[in-house]
Design a protein around this ligand. Structure first.
Ligand SMILES: [Zn+2]
Ligand SMILES: [Zn+2]
Length: 242
């Protein structure tokens, strides 16, 4: 994400080789990343951080507890949840979320032109989310599972319980409710990428359908009031400019 003259990357959960391949496909030079903002220490979010820090000269930002899991990573910087930092002309606020990690956060990224929210890996709506969701242009929002698919799916009960807990992941319906509130407070038509979809307990078309159903119940028309897309786990999404 380009903001305030900086090249920001949120998490690096795939190998460096795969990151280079995907960023080239999207026309982005990965060696120019200036700051990598880490949400939490689960492997699907930090796998490529060490490689990225060697490949570029980026600073790696995370909360103090998360940094413990990044011991071999160069150029680490500490974030405090809910305390904004300034990177170039951009203001970045780590937002405390609820997940079974040491000190997980989502991110609000603002510059003079636009505001973006990245919110994944949270079992419930962050308590102070309302103060961050006005005037958003872009949101990357977790739609992890369809509740029925999870309940009737192959996961062991302990894992199902973990995913549905307040330290787990947002369901498609949870995501639709949060997005409704975001759309109501957006001056223009915001873009929303549904992200972190479970391979076992969701499908892209089901996530869109579930979120769209909740939006419509709230009087919001997908496609008109919000541009709704799914972030694919294996291929880059289209590049959006504001
Ligand atoms: Zn996680
Ligand atoms: Zn995750």
């Amino acid at each position: 994400m380009k903001a305030g003259g900086r090249n920001l990357l949120i998490d690096a959960g795939i190998s460096l080789k795969e990151m280079i391949k995907r960023s080239e496909f999207a026309g982005i030079d990965l060696s120019q990343v200036s700051d990598c903002l880490i949400t939490h220490e689960h492997v699907d979010h930090i796998k490529g951080v060490k490689g990225l820090a060697k490949h570029s000269s980026c600073e790696v930002w995370a909360t103090e507890e998360t940094l413990i899991s990044l011991d071999e990573v160069e150029r680490k910087q500490t974030l405090i949840p809910n305390e904004p930092i300034t990177l170039g002309e951009a203001v970045v606020t780590p937002i405390r979320i609820s997940h079974d990690a040491k000190s997980p956060v989502g991110y609000l990224i603002e510059d003079e032109k636009s505001r973006a929210l990245v919110l994944t890996d949270t079992g419930k709506r962050p308590v102070n989310l309302d103060q961050y969701i006005n005037n958003l242009d872009l949101v990357v929002l977790e739609a992890n599972h369809n509740v029925r698919m999870l309940q009737t799916g192959p996961y062991p009960w302990s894992l199902k319980k973990r995913i549905m807990s307040v330290y787990g992941h947002l369901s498609n319906q949870d995501s639709g409710k949060i997005l409704s509130d975001i759309v109501r407070q957006a001056p223009k038509t915001p873009y929303c990428f549904l992200a972190h979809l479970s391979e076992e307990n969701n499908k892209p078309q089901i996530a869109v359908l579930d979120v769209a159903t909740t939006l419509k119940e709230e009087g919001i028309i997908p496609g008109k009031d919000v541009s709704l897309q799914v972030a694919n786990q294996y291929t880059p999404s289209k590049v959006i400019c504001f």
